[in-house]
Design a protein around this ligand. Structure first.
Ligand SMILES: *[C@@H]1O[C@H](CO)[C@@H](O)[C@H](O)[C@H]1NC(C)=O
Length: 435
């Protein structure tokens, strides 16, 4: 701010002295031109003597070219002044943006703390109508560095405000990983970490200046990490994530088939145990709706109302270091370790959403669905957004190529469209995969 004020007065001084010198130049030029014309046209402008006219042109050419030269120099100087000032202006704007973001974060924290205090404090009466709020922002666990001192050290360096993006990768997904971290770097995100599942990926990350963490050898899961397909690795991630939460960090878990277009940390609410992107494609499917089931034989009661919501995407979610969040990870990991085949995303959603019932204690975790236009899945992009002139102008925070098997070319096209401004980059692809 101080810098801004100084810059402002500097600008004013410069402008004033420049205006002054322009006036002086104009007066001097006027007098000079007057003298010249008086000398060349003692009989006034209207007499026509060709040779004198020629001489007049010769002289005034000289005048014009010297003043032109001067003004070109001045224009160049001014242009560079303007350029440096607008650079400064951009810097200041960015600073203001950052400060606003910090303010928003601290307000957010204050609200959460207030909510926690009012619910967890000593017993109290319910307040007046409309003022009562349950707890959704659970308190964070006390960090326990002893679970993994080596990881704790890495996180201390990489995380920003105790949060970071984490992705698991083995060399099967190397080329996608490259697009992934290229987009992250381009946005200017620094708090991200790749959990390398084999040596090749570790080397690859190091060679590209990408923060990487390779776990200590662990017989129980290592074969999964090295040779596992997509779903097996997905199971592993719930076990690995646990340590991050135990160390007190919030994690934005990210698959590698994702392109970053803005910094996601500027678009989180942080009020829930799990804040997740959705597989839904419109307000209903993403945020939940009342789906009426019709059974005509029931006559008067033919309509049964059901609650529906498209699943959360277990490839991109923000998870806070709370007890319900850790319980969720444990429950999912435990179910995936059973012999019967299960899809981690289905298990993740069942654990999150099914209520307690006879013989079953449900998880009581708070959850929030991310804005499906900001945290966009590839169905929304290819089915809707690319065909809509207005939606096309919108810049998502991330794009997840979760609905399409030709992930790499679609990721590259997304980079071309949103980052390199290639307007027709998304056109060659069909809406869905053609098997
Ligand atoms: C979807 O919901 C948003 C707010 O959540 C609203 O602004 C928008 O108009 C809704 N769109 C439709 C098509 O209902």
């Amino acid at each position: 701010m101080m810098a801004g004020r100084r810059e402002g007065s500097l600008m004013r001084d410069k402008a004033q002295s420049f205006r002054g010198s322009r006036i002086v130049t104009a007066i001097v030029l006027g007098i000079l031109l007057g003298c010249i014309f008086a000398f060349l046209f003692p009989h006034g402008f209207l007499s026509s003597y060709p040779p004198i006219q020629n001489r007049r042109f010769g002289k005034s050419d000289l005048q014009i070219s010297s003043s032109q030269c001067e003004s070109t120099e001045r224009t160049t100087a001014l242009k560079s002044d303007i350029a440096s000032l607008s650079d400064k202006n951009d810097e200041l704007k960015k600073e203001v943006q950052e400060l606003t973001e910090k303010l928003r974060l601290s307000e957010q924290e204050k609200d959460h703390a207030h909510e926690q205090f009012s619910v967890l404090g000593k017993p109290h009466k319910a307040g007046p109508f409309g003022t009562v709020k349950g707890l959704r922002t659970n308190p964070a666990v006390v960090p326990d560095e002893s679970v993994n001192p080596r990881l704790a050290k890495i996180l201390e360096e990489v995380a920003v405000q105790k949060e970071l993006i984490v992705a698991l990768a083995n060399s099967n997904v190397k080329s996608m990983l490259e697009v992934w971290f290229t987009s992250i770097k381009k946005v200017g995100i620094t708090n991200y970490l790749v959990v390398g599942l084999d040596d090749e990926i570790e080397e690859f990350c190091k060679a590209n200046d990408v923060p990487v963490y390779k776990r200590d050898p662990d017989e129980r899961f290592d074969s999964i990490g090295k040779t596992g397909g997509n779903h097996a690795v997905s199971g592993l991630k719930f076990r690995i994530l646990r340590e991050f939460l135990q160390l007190g960090y919030s994690v934005l878990l990210s698959d590698v088939d994702i392109v970053y277009l803005q910094n996601p940390f500027n678009h989180l609410y942080r009020d829930s145990d799990v804040e997740s992107m959705t597989d839904g494609h419109n307000n209903y499917t993403a945020y939940g709706f009342n789906d009426v089931f019709d059974e005509p034989s029931m006559g008067w009661a033919r309509y049964a109302h059901t609650m529906r919501i498209w699943v959360y995407n277990s490839g991109f979610f923000y998870i806070r270091p709370t007890l319900p969040a850790i319980e969720l990870l444990d429950r999912v990991a435990e179910r995936l370790s059973r012999p019967e085949k299960a899809w981690d995303q289905a298990v993740f959603n069942e654990e999150l959403f099914f209520p307690s019932h006879p013989g079953y204690n449900g998880l009581h975790a708070s959850k929030r669905t991310m804005d499906f236009y900001l945290f966009m899945n590839s169905k929304v992009l290819f089915k809707t957004v690319r065909k809509d002139a207005n939606l096309k102008k919108l810049k998502p925070v991330i794009l997840h190529v979760n609905y399409h098997p030709d992930k790499l070319p679609r990721m590259q096209a997304i980079m071309d469209f949103y980052v390199h401004g290639k307007q027709d980059a998304l056109e060659p692809f069909p809406d869905g995969s053609q098997w």
